[in-house]
Design a protein around this ligand. Structure first.
Ligand SMILES: [Zn+2]
Length: 75
């Protein structure tokens, strides 16, 4: 995959993280829970961590991943 930001080659891999990850339109200081329409719960699963297949550009720092299709860590 070509990086949409800098045009260099991105490397495939897995974005592995914790049990909550949110994309909010505003930076909240206390709780990251989505509050407004348009805020997106990427991961909100207190029982297990989530993994995503994606691509990283180590030249500019951009990471691209499909948040609607998390992977099962125990396959
Ligand atoms: Zn890049």
């Amino acid at each position: 995959m070509v990086c949409p930001q800098c045009g260099k080659a991105m490397r495939p891999g897995f974005l592995q993280g914790g049990r909550t990850l949110v994309f909010n339109q505003k930076q909240y200081r206390v709780s990251i829970a989505p509050r407004k329409e348009g805020d997106v719960e990427i991961v909100w699963n207190l029982a297990a961590d989530a993994d995503f297949h994606g691509f990283i550009c180590t030249d500019c720092g951009l990471v691209v991943f499909d948040y609607e299709h998390p992977m099962d860590r125990w396959l």
